[in-house]
Design a protein around this ligand. Structure first.
Ligand code: NAD
Length: 247
């Protein structure tokens, strides 16, 4: 049984990915920050789909908590084959001139530092836990990294730019040890994240203007993540895969 840890898996793209991997028989470590009941629901869905589930609390920006989370997954399932760096936040929409320091720090702490801390743990453990047998990391970036999100979320867009660059660097750093590192860059996906940005209808409204003519669904991003983790993508390393309906 292959083992994956998915950060921010209590809802949205993380939950959809957990469910899809569960259906393929994976053991899934379901990370959540605060919403335990939602994480329990994800765990039920993974088990109903045929996988094994463990839910584990950690703020991805908290170094000791991240380390303890990886320990918990190792204790429960005995190995780690894959990491999905999915946890991410957006703060209310505004121009940079109006953003305060606390907001800027938090967006970068969760989206960048959190992704780096989790990737670091995965890099350490995949090198030893599997006797050098390798593994795969998928980082959930955003189309915002190439669009910039002016007057809305330039902080968020920049944080995802860092995730893209980390993906390219780690693909080269870990590739020789058999660990592939790729990213997906979702466009406008219909999840609850848009409410945090103060624009709950953003995906529906702007999604209609994409070539696809609609927002994307969480399971459509999950399908790309699942493929990147699979052996079917064995020669794909360092890719930034847009899942954005042509946006
Ligand atoms: P979501 O808000 O439903 O999911 C985000 C998840 O991350 C939640 O489960 C949340 O609890 C968790 N999280 C937030 N802060 C955390 C922390 N400090 N520690 C641990 N978990 C934390 O939104 P989503 O759309 O499913 O987002 C998933 C990823 O996709 C994010 O990285 C987001 O930036 C990215 N993304 C989403 C869209 C979109 O349109 N929905 C577009 C591009 C990229």
């Amino acid at each position: 049984m292959r083992v994956v840890l998915i950060t921010g898996a209590s809802r949205g793209i993380g939950r959809a990915t957990a469910r899809s991997l569960g259906a393929q028989g994976w053991a899934v470590g379901i990370n959540y920050a605060r919403d335990r009941q939602a994480a329990e629901q994800t765990a039920r869905e993974v088990e109903q789909a045929g996988g094994k589930a463990l839910f584990v609390q950690a703020d991805v920006a908290d170094e000791p908590a991240v380390s303890a989370m990886f320990d918990a997954v190792a204790q429960a399932f005995g190995r780690l084959d894959a990491l999905v760096n999915n946890a991410g936040i957006v703060a209310p929409s505004m121009p940079l001139a109006d953003m305060d320091l606390a907001r800027l720090k938090r967006v970068f702490d969760v989206n960048v530092l959190g992704a780096y801390l989790c990737a670091r743990e995965a890099a350490r453990r995949m090198a030893t836990d599997r006797g050098g047998a390798g593994g795969a990391i998928v980082n959930v970036s955003s189309a915002a990294s190439r669009l910039g999100s002016p007057n809305e979320y330039v902080d968020y867009a920049g944080s995802k730019g860092a995730v893209d660059t980390m993906t390219i660097g780690l693909a080269k750093e870990l590739g020789a040890r058999g660990v592939r590192v790729n990213a997906v860059r979702p466009g406008l996906i219909d999840t609850e994240i848009h409410a945090s940005g103060g624009k709950p209808d953003r995906a529906a409204q702007l999604g209609a203007q994409t070539p696809a003519g609609r927002p994307g669904r969480a399971d459509e991003v999950a399908a790309a993540i699942v493929w990147l983790l699979s052996d079917a993508a064995s020669y794909v390393n360092g890719a930034l895969l847009d899942v954005a309906g042509g946006r």
